[in-house]
Design a protein around this ligand. Structure first.
Ligand code: ATP
Length: 443
């Protein structure tokens, strides 16, 4: 704990005492600022992000309470320690009520003051961690899922995840929608030294363009209509952790230099603030667009592209994962359900444009529709096998040809009304639809 350093502000008009503090704290490696008036102290707080502020209670001009309140308004994360010549119980109680960390009487030994500062720093960290946890629970409320895959391309992906996870480099995950990009980002985060903090996620496509900046970088009170209170952005929430930026290709062009900057040196400013803040955030980004092409077409900055594409991880679409489809079906099929033979082969031979997300939703839906054995009737129409030529060209007199003819006749009699035809034929409308397809009967 001793070698931890921090940014500290002293506000004190007692020049001897202040000079002593500055010397001691600087000598121990802390970044120290000193002002002798409350007004100047507030001015400094507006410019810099202090971790700790040590204030004298009896300054000329502003009262101690006013000063504490103004500082809390400007930056509620700064931990405040009050030092005073004449400490009274009422002062101490009132300042503690306003969230002051400690209320101490002068003279106070420097080493002890530094120890109290470190205690305050610890509280600040815990608060931040709590805020991170709350944010993540609110936002995602889901836990890391298991990643299924045994095909060669997925094995390669898993090997790559193991390699890139422990580095601090940005990673760009490319893949169609629903291929598991967020799951991969989670796996990278879990395999990194940042895993003790929760990963924070932002989806650029899900936010209106005007909100992306304040969501990512935060804003100060009154910086735009509706900004009724200061709010930290996700970069601050993700400090020491990983920020997963989903659909980075949707990031507004005007905002991209700000992202580049924080990637380069960890510095950023909230909307409406001049104050520079530093964060230590690892970026994992994902895209289902071809970012290189976006660069060529002027929709994505080239410098930002090169900054985030150091490590690229390509996720194959489900249709290229061979037997993994079968494994995923079994994994997601709830206990107590079975798949009829033809339904299984329809699922396994389907090309899954919506990838794993679509597979999960299809199985969930089928489970709701079926009792315990999932049949073709429980699958959406697009899983129907393509029309079978032999059905429509079966020899005259065969059962298949008779069935075809009968369906066509009933449909004609009912003037194409499929619900009425299905009632007469004694099958469900969906089943009739499937039979029509099989027999090559036009809609
Ligand atoms: N290999 C896998 N094994 C098991 N589940 C998976 C796998 N890949 C993805 N999933 C699951 O599929 C769903 C979609 O995955 P995810 O949200 O990670 O996809 P995505 O590529 O980020 O999608 P989008 O581009 O639409 O944001 C999630 O429920 C995820 O848990």
């Amino acid at each position: 704990m001793r070698n931890e350093t921090f940014e500290i502000l002293f506000v004190d008009d007692d020049s001897d005492f202040a000079a002593g503090c500055v010397r001691w704290f600087q000598k121990n490696g802390h970044r120290v600022t000193h002002t002798s008036s409350g007004q100047d102290g507030i001015g400094q707080c507006e410019k810099r992000d202090f971790e700790i502020a040590v204030l004298d209670w009896n300054l000329p001009g502003l009262s101690g309470l006013e000063l504490v309140q103004r500082m809390r308004d400007i930056n509620p994360e700064t931990e405040i320690i009050v030092l005073t010549g004449e400490g009274t119980i009422e002062n101490a109680v009132e300042s503690m009520r306003r969230g002051v960390f400690d209320f101490l009487s002068k003279p106070f030994p420097m080493a002890e003051l530094e120890r109290r500062c470190l205690g305050a720093l610890e509280r600040r960290k815990l608060r931040k961690e709590n805020a991170q946890l709350r944010e993540v629970i609110d936002r995602t409320n889901r836990h890391t899922a298991k990643m299924i895959g045994e095909c060669e391309t997925m094995r390669k992906v898993f090997r790559l995840i193991d390699r890139v996870a422990p580095t601090d480099n940005p990673v760009l995950i490319q893949g169609e929608s629903g291929t598991g990009k967020e799951l991969v980002a989670q796996a990278i985060h879990q395999g990194s030294t940042r895993a003790k903090y929760p990963m924070v996620t932002v989806n650029c496509a899900a936010l209106p363009e005007q909100l992306v900046e304040s969501e990512l970088f935060g804003h100060e009170k009154g910086s735009f209509t509706g900004a009724t209170a200061a709010k930290p952005g996700l970069f601050e929430v993700a400090d020491n952790s990983t920020l997963f930026i989903d659909e980075i290709g949707e990031m507004p062009l005007a905002l991209q230099p700000k992202l580049l900057r924080v990637l380069e040196d960890g510095s950023m400013r909230r909307v409406g603030s001049e104050k520079e803040r530093r964060v230590d955030v690892r970026i994992v980004a994902a895209t289902n667009r071809n970012l290189k092409q976006e660069v060529e077409e002027g929709r994505f900055r080239e410098d930002l592209y090169y900054r985030i594409n150091v490590l690229i991880l390509d996720l194959p679409p489900l249709r290229e994962r061979g037997n993994d489809v079968g494994l995923l079906i079994d994994y997601f099929l709830a206990e107590g359900y079975e798949l009829a033979e033809d339904a299984r082969s329809a699922l396994e031979s389907y090309d899954w444009p919506g990838n794993i997300r679509q597979l999960i939703n299809t199985i969930k839906r089928a489970q709701i529709l079926s009792d315990d054995v999932i049949t073709m009737d429980d699958l959406p129409d697009e899983f129907e096998p393509p029309p079978n030529d032999s059905d429509s060209s079966s020899p005259e007199g065969s059962l298949i040809a008779l069935q075809r003819q009968h369906i066509a006749e009933v449909l004609e009699r009912e003037k194409g009304n499929k619900s009425a035809a299905a009632r007469i034929l004694g099958v469900e409308r969906r089943k009739l639809h499937r039979m029509m397809k099989q027999h090559g009967i036009a809609e």
